[in-house]
Each structure stands twice: as C-alpha cells, then as structure tokens.
Write a new protein. Structure first.
Length: 129
C-alpha cells in the first residue's frame, strides 16, 4: 500500500474517533442513562463539546471529498510525492483543525481548514492535469 492510501486510512481512523470526546462530555453532563437514551428535555452539552461535534461534522463532510480524490488518483495509477505529501499535510491539518475548533481559536481554525482544502486541490490537480 502506498503512502497516500496509508494517510487516507489515518484520516479515516481519526475522523472515526472524533465522536469520543463529545460523547464522554454528554455522559458527564446528562448521565449515562440519558446519554444513551432519548430524554424529553436533554441538557445542553459543554460549549467545547458542541464545538467538537461541529468539527467532527466538518471532518466527515471533507473526508468525502478527500477520500474520493485519493481513490480516483489510485484508480488512475497516480501516486507520487505530491499526492503523498498532500495526504500527510491534510491529515495534520485535520488534527490541528479539530484541536483549534475545540479550543475556540478562529484564525487558526480557518487556516487549518484552508490548508486541508489546498491539499485536496493538489490531489485534484494531479488527477486533472
């Protein structure tokens, strides 16, 4: 397996784990029974956990684009230093994005998102041109 696919696996695994912090907060705020049930009037989660959930949703939305690009590149036999570096930087950008969204740092959040988007465009460029 080449590096680009390995980084796709890491991005996917990281995205798959992003729910853990905010569900732990939900358990702490509402209790285990309400966290796994359907309470009539659920308590609000901590602000940081609400941001973590938002970051997770953003990661899932962008994983669709990133994974599609990586898989198209693989299907076309395109695997080079540019795609591997873009995939690695994308992984790092998503980790930073998750952390700074939770920490409520808007400029870094936007920067990390933009870096990830640029990485997607690097892979798209390799495919299209």
């Amino acid at each position: 397996m080449n590096a680009t696919l390995v980084y796709l696996a890491w991005v996917t695994a990281f995205t798959a784990l992003m729910w853990v912090p905010y569900i732990l907060d939900r358990i702490m705020v509402t209790g285990l029974i309400d966290a796994v049930g359907y309470p009539d009037s659920p308590k609000a989660q901590s602000p940081w956990a609400q941001r973590a959930k938002t970051a997770h949703h953003n990661a899932v939305e962008n994983l669709v684009i990133f994974a599609a690009l990586v898989l198209v590149a693989q299907a076309m036999g395109i695997s080079n230093d540019s795609t591997a570096m873009a995939a690695l930087v994308y992984l790092l950008a998503r980790i930073v994005h998750f952390a700074v969204v939770i920490a409520k740092i808007p400029w870094l959040r936007t920067g990390a998102f933009t870096v990830g988007w640029v990485c997607q465009m690097v892979i798209a460029w390799q495919i299209l041109f």
